[in-house]
Design a protein around this ligand. Structure first.
Ligand code: FAD
Ligand code: MLT
Ligand code: ZN
Length: 476
């Protein structure tokens, strides 16, 4: 039997004809790509785990162009795969068959920035790091940050409701995104691009599109509330002997660093081994079973350093942490952060990676890694745990020398049953995409899934937007 993650049969969408290409070329002259070599990168996902066979890549620059394309595709029953930076990790960002790829890469203009309120409005294809650099020059920062910042786009971030490294401090995009402009499947432009903090005029429709993974509409512009750039940033890298001590360190940290705490992340010694082996990144402290990266961000360096000093003294004297190092200077801060941010990259060098992104009650998060190691024995090459402790979000990753269906069958549904047993979520932040769509019932009641199906049918009656993704196969 095929795995529930395997692609379903191709649905009866139309195939692209010469007449269709002529239309696209008229609307997007020079930006309708059919050269297979140029399309290759857009057909394969970042993990190189899934690939599609699209023969057409469209690169609109304006909302009006997106609208014309979707109106046409809807009338012709042509399937469309919206694509941002293609850094998604659940097989949602590339076509499954021959869906047309609609890339937002050329929609990269900043529209407005208000230096008093900190509200930024930009097109969906702006790369996250470019937005961060733009804002830093104006003494602001983006409310989200992730390892893929150099490639991922704000539209893709919103479409996946990306979490990342700053969620603990600034909350999720569901709070910081103030407005969206979205083109619906039939080409209608839905202008919800408000820049208001408060707006209770009925249903908050933009929320439907946050985390909808390209299945309900194409996000063309975003307005987002940005925090002031902190005047003082410190990063500490600590080692703990047990996960219990790591949790106690988190508790202490919240009590003693409270208002300046901006991140609390962890990795285990297996991650450290991969960083050392594959990326030649040396361990900045002595070897320990667990490592934490704590970041503080505040407005007064003296105040912050004093608080941090007191916290570290307490953590050391109560033997919660074994060793540690502190960074206040930018280069060292970046170097310490890369020990956490580059775990994902180190895994790709270790082998084919099976990725799980789980929300659990924080005290349970490492138990899943231990249980999985025991369950798999020597069938896996590496079993590693890292993630966003502050958000109760574990990244459990398992590698093997090559794709291994027997190993996959040993991991799934074990991992999902384990998660459901703790009322956790089988996708904390990466979404469902192609790979996880049929496991949705482990985390959502069937009435809720059915309602999702109704919403999809209302907004995209022909199902042309990102078919085979997010919704389980039984709803099609
Ligand atoms: P894509 O990968 O291109 O697309 C992702 C999904 O969104 C697809 O379903 C696509 O169809 C849809 N989509 C894209 N753009 C639009 C649009 N304009 N309108 C409608 N639908 C659209 N994720 C986290 O949550 N937290 C992390 O910390 C994190 N770290 C990462 C680190 C690395 C090294 C990598 C490779 C990935 C990481 N990710 C993380 C996953 C990924 O970066 C995020 O999901 C990101 O938000 C995807 O943005 P993108 O522009 O690359 O979108
Ligand atoms: C992370 O937190 O590093 C990202 O979500 C990517 C990953 O899970 O590997
Ligand atoms: Zn993450």
């Amino acid at each position: 039997t095929p795995s529930p993650a395997a692609a379903p049969d191709r649905l009866p969408f139309s195939k692209v004809t010469q007449e269709d290409l002529d239309f696209f070329k008229k609307v997007l002259p020079g930006r309708t790509i059919t050269d297979p070599d140029l399309l290759e990168a857009n057909n394969v996902d970042w993990l190189k785990s899934v690939r599609g066979y699209s023969e057409v890549l469209l690169r609109p620059q304006t909302t009006e162009e997106v609208s014309q394309i979707l109106r046409y595709c809807n009338s012709r029953n042509l399937a469309v795969n919206p694509q941002g930076g293609n850094t998604g990790l659940v097989g949602g960002s590339v076509p499954v068959y021959d869906e047309i790829i609609l890339s937002t890469a050329l929609m990269n203009n900043i529209l407005t920035f208000d230096g008093v309120s900190g509200i930024l409005t930009c097109q969906a294809g702006c790369i996250l790091e470019n937005l961060s650099n733009y804002l830093e020059e104006r003494d602001y920062i983006m409310p989200l940050d992730l390892g893929a910042k150099g490639s991922c786009q704000i539209g893709g971030n919103v479409a996946t409701n990306a979490g990342g490294l700053r969620l603990l401090r600034y909350g999720s995009l569901r709070g910081t995104v103030l407005g969206l402009e979205v083109v619906l499947a039939d080409g209608q432009v839905l202008d919800c691009l408000a820049t208001l903090r408060k707006d209770n005029t009925g249903y908050d429709l933009k929320q439907l599109f946050i985390g909808s993974e390209g299945t309900l509409g194409v996000i063309t512009a975003v307005s987002i509330l940005c925090p002031r750039k902190p005047k003082s940033v410190n990063v500490v890298f600590l080692g703990c002997e047990t996960f219990e001590q790591l949790l106690q360190t988190f508790k202490l940290c919240r009590g003693m660093l409270g208002e300046i705490l901006s991140a609390f992340e962890f990795l285990d010694s297996e991650c450290m081994r991969l960083l050392n082996t594959h990326l030649k990144l040396p361990n900045p402290i002595t070897d320990c079973p667990f490592y934490v990266v704590i970041e503080t961000a505040g407005s007064n360096p003296t105040h912050d350093e004093e608080k941090l000093h007191n916290f570290l003294e307490e953590a050391m004297t109560s033997s919660l942490v074994t060793d540690g190092t502190v960074a206040t200077e930018d280069t060292k801060i970046k170097a310490l952060w890369s020990m956490r941010e580059r775990v994902t990259e180190s895994l790709t060098h270790d082998g084919f990676t099976y990725k799980y992104d789980i929300s659990l009650p924080v005290e349970r998060i490492y138990q899943l890694v231990t249980d999985m190691r025991e369950h798999l024995g020597d069938r896996a090459k590496s079993v590693v745990g890292y993630g966003h402790v502050g958000d109760g979000n574990l990244h459990l990753n398992i590698t093997s020398p090559a794709k291994d269906p027997a190993l996959l069958a040993a991991i799934e549904p074990f991992v999902y049953e384990w998660t459901a047993g703790c009322q956790g979520s089988i996708s904390a932040e990466h979404g469902l995409g192609l790979k996880k769509r049929n496991y949705i019932y482990y985390s959502k009641p069937s009435q809720a899934v059915a309602l999702m199906g109704n919403i999809k049918a209302m907004l995209d009656p022909k199902g042309i937007l990102n078919p085979y993704k997010t919704l389980p196969d039984n709803l099609r």
